[in-house]
Every structure is written in C-alpha cells, then in structure tokens.
Design a protein around this ligand. Sequence first.
Ligand code: SAH
Ligand code: SF4
Length: 394
Amino acid sequence: MTDATAPITQDVLTLPRKLPEGDRMNLVGLTRDQLREALIAAGTAEKQAKMRVGQIWQWIYHWGVRDFSAMTNLAKDYRAMLAEKFTIDVPEIVSKQVSADGTRKYLLRIAGGHEVETVYIPEENRGTLCISSQVGCTLTCSFCHTGTQKLVRNLTAGEIVGQVMVARDDLGEWPEPGAPKDETRLVSNIVLMGMGEPLYNFENVRDAMKVVMDGEGLSLSRRRITLSTSGVVPEIARAAEEIGCLLAVSFHATTDEVRDKLVPINKRWNIETLLNALREYPRLSNSERITFEYVMLKGVNDTDEDAKRLVKLIRGIPAKINLIPFNEWPGAPYQRSDWERIEAFADIVYKAGYASPIRTPRGEDIMAACGQLKSATERARKSRAEIAAEAGLG
Ligand code: SAH
Ligand code: SF4
C-alpha cells in the first residue's frame, strides 16, 4: 500500500432499489431472487413464484417484451396486477449518432434527468457494446474526458442492463416467435469501458451482469464480457469470484511516478499492489488472460524503455496488451504517439511473447472512441461557459 492521501471517493449517489409506496417498481435489473421476492410481496403464491419468475424473465429478456399484456401465458388478471404494481423500463434514447464506420453512439436519459452514453461497435464477425457503469466518474485520469465530468452517480443494475436492451431495440435484435434461431448475434460482446469505474459500483454491475449472463434471457457467456478497471485492488478478487467475466486493466504506465499522474488511483494502490491482485485473477475466475490497456501518449509513456519495463513487470501473468492510440478531446493535455512509435512499442511487446494488438479508434468522428465519452449536456454547459468567457462575461 502506498500513499493513501489522494482523496478518492466512491461516495456517490445510488438510487434506492425499493421505490416509495405507491410507485411502480421497475423489474429490469432485478436478479431472479429479487424478482421472486417482488412477486411474492405483490401477492403471488410462494409455490407459484418460481414458475412466474421463469415466465416473466423470458418475456423480458428473451423476447424483449415491454408490456405485461403481451405475456400471453399468464392469466389476464395476473397480467393486470403486474401492470398495476410494476414497470419494464429501459433508459430513453435522447439521440443516436452513427459514424462513417458504422459505430453507433447513443445518448441515454435515465432517472433524475441524468445522461450516459453507450456505444455499439460492429465488426466483421461480432458486435461489441460498450456500456457505462456511472454517470461521469469519481476518478480523474488526466487523459480521459469522462474524468473531467463533475456530476457523478452510480447507475442502477436496471440502467446497466437497460443499455443492452436499448441497443437490441435499436438494432432490431429481439427474436421473432417461430423464426429460425439466428446464431450470429449483433450484440455478441459487452465491454464495461464506457463512462465510470465499474468496480466503484460493484453490486449494481455484478447484478446487471448476472442478468445479462442468464441462459434464459440475454444469454451472453461470461467470456464475452470484459470489465475494465483503473485498478480498484480490493474489488478485483471479488470480481473474479462474483462475476467471473474477463478483466481488462487500465495500466498505462510502467513507473509509479508516471502512473500517479495518469491514473491517480495509483497513489492509493500502486503498480506492485495492482500486479499482485492481477496475478490471482485468472485462477480465481478460471479465465485465460488479462488484457492490459495501454494508452499511447506522445513523449509520456511511449519509449522503448517503457515497453521493456512493461513486459518485465507483467512476467508470469497470462496477458494480452492492448495498445490504445490516444483519442483526443477538446482541451486534452496530451497528444497521440506517432504511428511509428506505437508500432515500435508493439514490436517489443510482441517479441517478448505477448499479443499486442493496436486498437483501431472507432467512431472518432462522433466522439465515440474510448475515453471521449461525456454527456452532451455537460459539453453544452462547458461550451456555454466558454462562450461567456470569450464574450468577456466569464
Ligand atoms: N473506468 C474504467 C473503464 C472505462 S475507460 C477504466 O478506466 O478502466 C475504458 C478505457 O479507455 C480505459 O483503459 C481508459 O484508460 C481508456 N481511455 C480513457 N481515455 C482515453 C483516451 N482519451 N484515449 C484512449 N483511451 C482512453
Ligand atoms: Fe474514470 Fe476510467 Fe476515465 Fe479513469 S479512465 S477517469 S477510471 S472512466
């Protein structure tokens, strides 16, 4: 453990699960156990509850139904009771932008008028949905646009699962009754790489991923879900045990001095502490390897020496190193490393025996690439301030 003076807080607002008396409860994002409890509390007989959970679960997560009246294998008065007590709510799409490369960025509105972004990245034989876990982020990585956003609140499990459901709505991916099963899925992979630090919203992220992985619904395997963390060390083992998905870590530097500046959580859990936690992850989660994300910043972390130190540091950890050319945003204090530099770095890593893909920036024209997300209202607020400053009013 190193310097623990950095004020890193995870003390952010989480909405209560149970709504005040009289309000209808959203069923999206409840685990099977929670759904069962909710149905029993609404008067469902205990011995029927398990079956009802199974039926409602399938309607919501397999068929994508949003209206209780469409749940035709339930009795009419039971459906009416459900409609009276519950809702099936997903975030609302405020706007959708489609990049020249097919990447789609959704701005979603959630309870309280807050906004988050979700990005869909189509590739040749898969489609990856990049989802957010918080509005903004309490951490302040100096190269990340989200880290400059002031407003922060944790997303509920329903708002996290809801992002997947909204993307399926927009892509028209819910199955048609009677149609042959289509094996190629549009949303085939999920990465928790949008706004926020997923391990600072652990329970909601875990419950949401449990819903997403459930075989009778969205049914994505845990090997198609990657959680990216900046290095919240105490939660890493817990993520292995309670979620079991693949792990990516925002490594980005090879000395504590540089990492302290880029990823300030390093002041609390330094490189050595982080690596010790990562060494345990593959065994605890029974997964093959960890992805080390490394953003390439010109003149900051991109020398041959950095590459050599990197492979030395991670020796013994089954790993892939994902090099991310820095994505610029207005006012960013860094520049992207030159292409030759990135390739030279990749070469050293590759020769040391690690896969070292360079992540192609996707959706740059719509500010959808990694680290560029920040809600439009936040941007608008900033530009109004800028306008005021320019006009001499600020
Ligand atoms: N908070 C989590 C997940 C969200 S960020 C985390 O930090 O891991 C997803 C990835 O994008 C992280 O590796 C992050 O460091 C990286 N990233 C952030 N800003 C970036 C930028 N401007 N250019 C390239 N990558 C960036
Ligand atoms: Fe937060 Fe991740 Fe951005 Fe750092 S890189 S500020 S942890 S979202």
